[in-house]
Structure formats: C-alpha cells, structure tokens
Design a protein around this ligand. Structure first.
Ligand SMILES: *[C@@H]1O[C@H](CO)[C@@H](O)[C@H](O)[C@H]1NC(C)=O
Ligand SMILES: *[C@@H]1O[C@H](CO)[C@@H](O)[C@H](O)[C@H]1NC(C)=O
Length: 261
C-alpha cells in the first residue's frame, strides 16, 4: 500500500536574529581531536555533555529547553494508506529528552557529516488534538487532550554538514537531518474521541494500545519528519553559535569553500 505523506509543519519559536556566537569555549563543550585514535569515545562524551546542557536550555544563544520541550503546533495532513489523517496537535509539551543517552558519535573526516545514535528511555508527548481520519483503517474523529508515551526510543541521526567561516572561525552549517528510530513500546490515550461516546472511546483507545506496534509503524513517517524538523532547528541554532573548532580541535579549515562575491 502506498503511503503518501503530504505535510508536517512545526512552529518552533527560534529567534530570527542570530544570537552572538560564543567567543570563548563554554564549559559544557569538550574539545576532541579527529586525529586522536580515541576520537569516538571523546566525541560520544562531548555530545553527551552537550545534550545535558540542552536540557534546561541555553538562553545566551536563544535556545529553549529541550526538557520540557514546548511546540506550539504540529499540523499533520497525510493521505492514502493505513494512516489517512488530518490532524492538529496544539500546545504540545514533550518531556524526557533531558535523559537522552548518547550511544555513539562519529564525524566523517572528509565531509564532517555527523552520525549520532542516542537512546531516550521514556518520552511523554502531551497536547490538545483535533483529528479526523483513519489509523489502522479505523475511522477516528475527535478533539481533546491526548498523550503518547514511546519507551526505549533509539534514534540514529545522520546530519549533513557544510563548513563555513565567520570572523575567521569555522562553523558547521547543518543543512539536513535524517532520522531512523526504533521504539520498545508505545502507550497512548486520546480523550473525547467520537465526541465523548465513552464506550467507543474506551474500546478504541484499548485497541490502539493493544496494537501499538502497527500503530507506531503507521505513524512513522509523521514522527520521523517531526523529529527531523525539531533536531534540525536545534542543531542549526547550536552550530551557528558554536565555532566548530571548539568541538573538533583539529578541524580542517581548508575544506571551507570560501564564496567571494
Ligand atoms: C532498548 O532497545 C534496544 C534496541 O533497540 C535494546 O537493545 C535494549 O535492550 C532495549 N532496552 C530496554 C531497557 O528495553
Ligand atoms: C547553510 O546552507 C544552506 C543550504 O545550503 C544555505 O542556504 C545557507 O546560506 C548556509 N548558511 C551559511 C551561514 O553558510
């Protein structure tokens, strides 16, 4: 069955004006050397420290907390397939990313693309939903409060990176983020399904929970895109404000294609 994915728009409020970048290395940044045979271990620890610092946010570079993470709106429009949904999630609060555990961190020596694997033991997504569509071929209509709890999520993140120069310092321009994830379980609840016909609401929630694996598979395109958009926003904000040589001490600046105009 063909799944056609139309659109997810997330509105995350990042400051449009670039914040002043870090002139001195902040203490949550650990510098690693690509030439070091133990680069991967060092880099894993460095990325872990970065995640730990991101939990409460970095107001000095206009970065909001990632735990809890507030997302004003997620719009979903997806058709033709096991999921056929027109949905909106508003006032979304995501908790759990503060306990992200970095499992692996690699950096390509030529392109500087990042490859990162993380694990998040428990995530809770809460918000107000408005839904009309089908999941697992069950027609669903309703609006109200909802929550989703994916557990043991492992995420493989490939970040496409371009180097550029600002004030004679190298910076990473994260241009694209590709995500693959797996979860160990999913619990969910949607209140006021079918406008509160409670027998239908209870049985539908029970059915969706009992069939969490196909439910989560059918939500995969939406969730992947959502995670990619969130990560891209955060990574761009971080790396436009954090000189690359703070992270990688022996970064090859000769790779920078200086564009003269
Ligand atoms: C979490 O998932 C990974 C693989 O995706 C698995 O190896 C690990 O045992 C799981 N951990 C728990 C606590 O379920
Ligand atoms: C980052 O890359 C994007 C896409 O290639 C480009 O449009 C943008 O101008 C780049 N930003 C900087 C600061 O180099």
């Amino acid at each position: 069955m063909q799944l056609i994915f139309y659109l997810v728009i997330i509105v995350l409020q990042f400051s449009a004006i670039a914040a002043d970048y870090y002139k001195t290395k902040p203490n949550f940044v650990q510098t690693c050397l690509k030439s070091d045979p133990d680069f991967e271990d060092c880099s894993k620890e460095a990325v872990q420290q970065l995640f730990n610092a991101l939990g409460p946010g970095l107001p000095e570079i206009d970065l909001p907390p990632i735990d809890p993470l507030n997302i004003p709106k997620i719009r979903i429009l997806q058709g033709d397939g096991p999921v056929n949904v027109n949905a909106a999630l508003d006032n979304v609060v995501v908790t759990g990313f503060g306990r992200t555990e970095v499992l692996l961190s690699q950096v390509d020596g030529e392109t500087y693309n990042f490859y990162t694997r993380v694990r998040v033991p428990k995530i809770r997504i809460e918000g107000t939903y408005d839904l009309k569509g089908k999941i697992l071929l069950i027609p669903l209509v309703g609006s109200g409060l909802c929550w989703f709890e994916p557990s043991n999520m492992t995420i493989d993140i490939v970040s496409d990176v371009k180097l550029y120069e600002k004030d004679d310092l190298p910076f990473f321009n994260v241009t694209k983020v590709h995500v693959k994830y797996n979860i160990g379980g999913l619990k969910l609840h949607m209140s006021n399904l079918f406008d509160g016909i409670s027998s239908l609401e209870d049985s539908t929630n029970a059915y969706l929970n009992a069939n969490w694996r196909p439910v989560s598979e059918s939500l995969r395109p939406i969730l992947s895109k959502t995670i990619e958009d969130i990560l891209l926003g955060f990574m761009q904000q971080i790396f436009h404000n954090l000189p690359g040589n703070f992270m990688i001490g022996d970064i090859k600046t000769n790779l920078i294609n200086k564009k003269r105009n």
